[in-house]
Ligand binder design. Structure first.
Ligand SMILES: [Zn+2]
Length: 1300
């Protein structure tokens, strides 16, 4: 954690020292000799923005009654962006149209800020760190009517055009029923603005006196004078008011000597507003109590509308006060409230003990709490999270101290994660579960009466429970049965009956068949059990705290009407003819009463409809129907393999506690509850069971749990069934917490996107975000692509790796499509210029030298490295994402840090860069260089515009240490030691990247997953022990396609390094000199199983290995010089990913063609994505592209690639479809050649078991490639064919060439 503070401190200090220079230099155009009417003001404000576009932005927040714009000038760096951590301050002037001084003074203030920026360090700092909003006139209509020289406001102009006094018409403080004035659009606009921007500090400028007055503005009695009405922050308000007054030469005297009341005196020029003059419906209190903002009102001059000749004096009187007051936005404490995943929590509460006024966080989870120096206890809270209090926070004078809060999700309380060392991956989930002390459960079993409940009994029971346990139980009805009985549901949870954002919901249904009493009785027991044991039994307590459990015990209350006792019931039923009727009224089996097709539902019973509506309304993540008449657990029909794994996993959780059910037993039921049950009436619409219907139509995944063959066993047996199942039911509920979960949020507004759809690739089951944007999706361990969609938003995709031992949080930040499009074009052009500009070595060097250094260089062990990465991710939550790729043998996490402008969503054309180090643990400099690199990127984001844009347009994945176990063994200063070269099982990881290798090392496996995840444009790996770079391939027999490009990419790194390109190594590795410092991998150290070969084969991603220096583990003092040498090449590679060639492939109608194969120079293959887009890096020069897609005639085109230009997308359009005949010939050829390949593969396959590794390799490759278009496969130069031939022909021994 220490590093994190150091970085922030550095950041702060360096930002003060570094001053951006305004490109225009100081200007001064004001003559201070005239008032600006609306048109003049509008022109003047526009001229500012034209002149200072980088630090100003003009917007209208609405219109006055007469249609004048309510202009607001925003002055700050990145003036069109919301940068987390920048507090917002505002000035509003001319709210009373005839109080005109403020209107002009605020224009002068704007000019002063803009012209002094870059010249005056104080103004520069203010504009750099503060988001300043200035509204010169809130009442432009009134001003047009006011008359210059009217000191007392005798002429019209105070009110707006509908005679509304704007400072008397805000919703009233002491009258909850007061509403907004209809005739004041100015107020409506300002209120919206106040609420949206959540200002931290504001000043409201008036005239008619010289005075600063602080809240409250009024008292409940509204006595005009003399009643002091203090706010909870009274001391702070007095200080803020004084700040202004003390810096105003007249105000500070406290004796304005205004002609109206020449003897009026105010100590220090400040007053409590209500005490001096009761103002009802003012803006000041509204800002404080509803707007999260500290506001003070300033009266600038005795004369409301003095002659213009006084303006210069007024400006001089107020300038210092205006500046100093704004600077006070930086006092107190500030920081972020976030989840442990580093996601900011908007609208969290920040409260200070002893002050009864809380403020809330803004859209990034950032907050600013102005406070006077002192010691405070600060609490952060957010719904769905545990609150956190930090005691004895010392607030000093000067800049706000940073205090971040990390709130634990209520759900994180679940005992999911044990210490990693004790977790055994395959069984950890169950092991953790059974570690809970559920064995003592029956110690507090409910007062079991061992008898069946009739409908009336049940009604009474539920009433009793919800009364006695009202804090955790709440019951409601979801509808009625055919005979008008209510369908009761009991909700068990803390705060039952209320929407609780962080809690997933589980539902149970019982007695779908009227005579099915087991389900009902078990569920009634469950209700009572949860209530009685809440607060006593840890697992129950945790479940009730973190889950909403909804139980519908009796779905078919008509079905056993009058059957109080099971025996009696059977007697009745036998009379009816075999006990086969499930619902007496309708003769309907409600579990097979769910419609397969939404429109064909004539047969659907009212009970079924009620349940369907209920499930749709609640978005349960997990459910179960409890039945008799079968033994075992059934999940829905025809689910995909992805969901089958989920169902197996939750089913197994149940079986673990009740193995009896795992042995499915046939029941002697006349009509077993068979999911393959065929409705005898074939013409009728198909009916499906509840869980199948829910799987296909709702967010719910669930199973049917059959507990006994006997639907209504003798009452005395019920306890035995309960004992057998109760523990399993608890475990089942707990499964909901293994969901992948997260939030879907609008990236601009920070608002939750309700009803966003989450789709897992490969499953037809969709889930939706709740009204608070949350979603849950149960998943079995594996790697998945999650997509989020919402109408009007660009879709977003995220990769998630679900582990048995870990709960995954995947948050989506969606961007509105409109915004993307309009912003897109401008940005594109700007970025193109930037890439071009940086492509000269000189300007890149200038950039690197101008960056804020992070200065984090030192050697870190695993723990320190992990902490450092976590700190970095927490400090920069909006551009970073930290996640584990997997674990080493010794269970150290292999971290990946992703840096990107939008870490949660993938922009379609964003190139992806991978930086990797520590493959060999003894090459210790690489990891540290990458950590420094990551830090420099982060701290310069939002500060250096070039870095900001580069990060916004790239996705950078940094894996600082692949071999953390080996790294722990390496020793500082040992330049040639092999200690730590291998992993803990003595495997050199760079020989382990063999496809399909079953016994692959865990570290290798983690990297393979990342590489296979795909989409990388370029990869750089830092090694040690030499001074040069190598490019693919490392394996000796591989002929290199596009060698020119690969060599070029390596040379980009080398040529930006001061020494490497000279080619003289001088290390003791036997290499005298290497021409240009670049070698093909096999020429340097020929071996198989290398990561770079894998990257080429699997993802067609070129990987350059850089040997950063002769010494593997140089002494600490050499780290800084090393960084100085390597910073520029590292940035050069980041720039490089934006070059090469990119394009879009379309058909004749202009529709994108996905999966088209683009072949570069007859060899390298690239495929278009779903938008028809492709991108690949190429050496500068002319390249031939062949584009093929099934059903189209091949297109040929030629591209020129430049070393200093961004890839500009080319358009490839198929002009004609290929003829049918040609297709047939192609197909025939394809089939015959494929057969030949297959035969030879088979022959080879059986040749010998000795070459199993190779065989796996080819099989695996085959799987990888067979989705490439057949034409490509058939090509002479296709990689599959090449690899296949080579490997089957090559001498087997070459495959086992080991280096070292
Ligand atoms: Zn006023």
């Amino acid at each position: 954690m220490a590093y994190f503070w150091i970085i922030l401190l550095l950041f702060a200090v360096l930002r003060v020292i570094h001053c951006e220079i305004s490109p225009f230099g100081p200007e001064n155009e004001e003559n201070y000799k005239e008032y600006y009417n609306y048109l003049a003001l509008t022109r003047r404000l526009h001229s500012f923005v034209e002149r200072y576009p980088r630090i100003s932005n003009l917007a209208s927040i609405g219109k006055s009654i007469e249609g004048r714009e309510l202009w607001v000038m925003r002055v700050t760096t990145h003036s069109i962006m919301d940068v987390p951590g920048k507090p917002r301050v505002r000035y509003v002037g001319n709210m009373h149209g005839d109080e005109a001084v403020s209107r002009q003074v605020l224009v002068y203030l704007i000019e002063y800020l803009l012209t002094q920026y870059g010249t005056d360090p104080r103004v520069t700092a203010l504009v750099n760190y503060t988001d300043i909003y200035i509204m010169p006139s809130m009442n432009p209509d009134g001003f047009e009517r006011a008359i210059e020289g009217d000191c007392k406001g005798n002429s019209a102009g105070r009110d707006n055009a509908k005679h509304v006094d704007l400072n008397r018409s805000f919703p009233e403080q002491f009258d909850a029923t007061s509403t907004l004035a209809n005739d004041a659009p100015e107020i409506t606009a300002v209120i919206k603005w106040i609420l949206q921007r959540k200002f931290v500090l504001s000043g409201d400028l008036h005239g008619g006196s010289v005075l600063a007055s602080y809240p409250f503005d009024d008292t409940i009695s509204h006595i005009m004078l003399g009643v002091y009405s203090p706010a909870d922050d009274a001391a702070l308000f007095r200080y803020l008011a004084q700040t202004y007054a003390q810096n105003h030469p007249i105000m500070r005297e406290g004796r304005a000597q205004c002609p109206d009341d020449p003897n009026e005196k105010f100590k220090d020029g400040i007053t409590n507003r209500a005490e001096s003059y009761d103002v009802k419906g003012g803006m000041q209190y509204f800002s404080y109590l509803r707007g999260n903002c500290f506001e003070v009102t300033f009266e600038l001059s005795c004369c409301k509308y003095p002659l213009a000749s006084d303006l210069y004096t007024e400006w001089n009187n107020n300038r210092e006060a205006l500046l100093t007051y704004m600077e006070k936005v930086h006092i107190g404490i500030r920081g972020y409230v976030m989840t442990s995943a580093g996601i900011g929590l908007p609208d969290s509460n920040i409260s200070v003990a002893g002050i009864d006024h809380s403020i809330t966080t803004w859209i990034f989870g950032d907050y600013y709490r102005l406070l006077l120096p002192g010691t405070y206890n600060i609490t952060a809270s957010s719904p769905g999270y545990h609150s956190k209090t930090v005691h004895n926070v010392k607030v000093n004078e000067g800049r706000a101290m940073l205090l971040n809060f990390i709130l634990k999700d209520l759900i994180e309380e679940m005992p999911l994660l044990e210490s990693p060392a004790s977790a055994i991956p395959t069984t950890a989930r169950h092991q953790v579960l059974s570690s809970q002390g559920v064995s003592t459960l029956l110690s507090k079993v409910q007062q079991h009466d061992s008898s069946y409940h009739s409908y009336l009994d049940m009604e009474q029971f539920l009433h009793r429970i919800s009364t006695v346990h009202s804090s955790v139980a709440h019951f409601y009805s979801i509808g009625q049965s055919v005979r008008g009985r209510k369908l009761y549901v009991m909700e068990i949870s803390t705060n039952p009956g209320t929407d609780q954002p962080g809690k997933p919901q589980v539902m149970f249904v019982g007695s779908m068949h009227g005579n099915d009493a087991v389900g009902r009785e078990i569920l009634l027991n469950l209700v009572e059990y949860l209530c009685l044991n809440y607060g006593n039994e840890p697992l129950v307590t945790q479940l009730v705290n973190t889950t909403r459990v909804h139980i519908l015990p009796f779905m078919n209350p008509d079905g056993n009407e009058g059957a109080v006792d099971a025996q009696k019931y059977f007697a009745v039923n036998e009379d009816l003819g075999g006990g086969m009727r499930y619902s007496i009224d309708q003769n309907t089996d409600l579990n097979l009463n769910f419609p397969e097709l939404s429109y064909a539902r004539d047969f659907v019973q009212p009970e079924t409809t009620a349940v369907m509506n209920w499930i749709k309304a609640y978005s349960f993540a997990l459910s179960a129907s409890i039945l008799g008449g079968m033994i075992g657990i059934k999940y829905p029909n025809s689910v995909g393999s992805l969901d089958e794994a989920v169902f197996k996993s939750i089913t197994n959780a149940y079986y673990m506690e009740n193995p009896y059910l795992a042995i499915s037993q046939p029941c002697q039921e006349p009509r077993p509850l068979d999911r393959n049950y065929i409705n005898p009436d074939f013409s009728a619409p198909k009916r499906i069971d509840l869980q199948t219907w829910a799987y296909r139509n709702t967010d719910t995944l669930g199973v049917s749990i059959g507990m006994s063959c006997d639907r209504s066993p003798p009452a005395e047996d019920l306890l035995a069934y309960w004992k057998q199942n109760h523990r399993a039911l608890l475990k089942y509920i707990q499964q909901v917490h293994f969901s992948v979960r997260g939030r879907v949020t609008d990236i601009q507004s920070g608002q939750a996107i309700a009803n966003a759809t989450i789709v897992v690739e490969g499953s037809r089951h969709q889930v939706h975000a709740t009204s608070t944007g949350r979603y849950w999706r149960l998943m079995a361990p594996g790697i998945y692509q999650l997509h989020a969609f919402a109408p009007g938003y660009a879709a977003s995709v995220m990769t998630v790796r679900v582990l048995e031992t870990q709960v995954e949080q995947v948050d989506f930040w969606l961007t509105q499509e409109q915004l993307l499009q309009s912003e897109g074009q401008m940005e594109e052009e700007e970025f193109r210029k930037l890439v071009e500009g940086l492509s000269s070595a000189l300007s890149l060097e200038q950039l690197v030298q101008s960056l804020l250094p992070a200065g984090t260089l030192l050697y870190r062990n695993y723990k320190e490295r992990s902490e450092f990465l976590r700190g970095l991710a927490l400090s920069f939550p909006h551009i970073t994402r930290l996640y584990g790729l997997g674990h080493s043998w010794e269970f150290r996490t292999i971290w990946a840090l992703e840096i990107s402008g939008s870490p949660e969503s993938l922009r379609p054309t964003e190139p992806k860069m991978r930086y990797v180090a520590g493959v060999h643990g003894n090459a210790a400099a690489g990891p540290e260089l990458l950590l420094e690199f990551a830090s420099v990127l982060c701290i310069n984001y939002g500060w250096n515009p070039t870095i900001t844009k580069l990060i916004d347009r790239s996705r950078i994945v940094i894996v600082p240490c692949v071999n953390p176990d080996g790294r722990e063994l390496a020793q500082e200063g040992r330049c040639f030691s092999t200690a730590g070269l291998t992993n803990a099982h003595s495997v050199d990881l760079d020989t382990d990247f063999l496809y399909g290798n079953i016994s692959v090392q865990p570290e290798t496996h983690a990297m393979m997953d990342l590489i296979e995840g795909g989409g990388f444009t370029l990869s750089v790996v830092l090694e040690g022990g030499s001074l040069m770079a190598t490019y693919p391939y490392d394996r000796p027999t591989q002929a290199v396609q596009n060698e020119e490009t690969l060599r070029y990419l390596a040379s980009v790194y080398v040529s930006n390094h001061p020494l490497m390109h000279l080619g003289y190594i001088g290390c003791s590795d036997g290499l005298g000199s290497v021409p240009q410092g670049v070698l093909r991998g096999a020429e340097f150290n020929s071996h198989t199983g290398s990561m770079k070969d894998f990257s080429m084969d699997v993802d067609a991603c070129p990987e350059v290995t850089v040997y950063v220096g002769c010494c593997l583990y140089p002494p600490l003092q050499q780290l800084l010089p090393l960084w100085t040498e390597h910073a520029m090449p590292l940035f050069a590679m980041l720039l490089e990913i934006h070059k090469g060639v990119s394009g879009v492939v379309q058909d004749r109608e202009g529709q994108p063609v996905a999966g088209a194969v683009v072949r570069v120079n007859g060899s390298l293959l690239v495929r278009t994505d779903t938008r028809g887009y492709f991108h690949t890096l190429l050496a500068p020069g002319t390249h031939q592209l062949q584009v093929q897609a099934p059903g189209f005639q091949e297109q040929l085109t030629q591209v020129n690639v430049s070393s200093h230009q961004m890839a500009s997308p080319i358009m490839i359009q198929f002009t004609a479809n290929s003829s049918r005949f040609a297709q047939k010939v192609e197909l025939a050829a394809a089939i015959s050649i494929a057969t030949v390949i297959l035969c030879s593969l088979l022959v080879w396959h059986f040749r010998s078991s000795k070459f199993r590794r190779i065989r796996d390799h080819v099989r695996w490759l085959h799987r990888r490639r067979d989705d490439l278009h057949l034409e490509a496969i058939l090509s002479e130069k296709s990689p599959l064919r090449r690899v296949f031939l080579e490997e089957s022909e090559s001498d087997d021994d070459t495959f086992y060439l080991e280096h070292h």
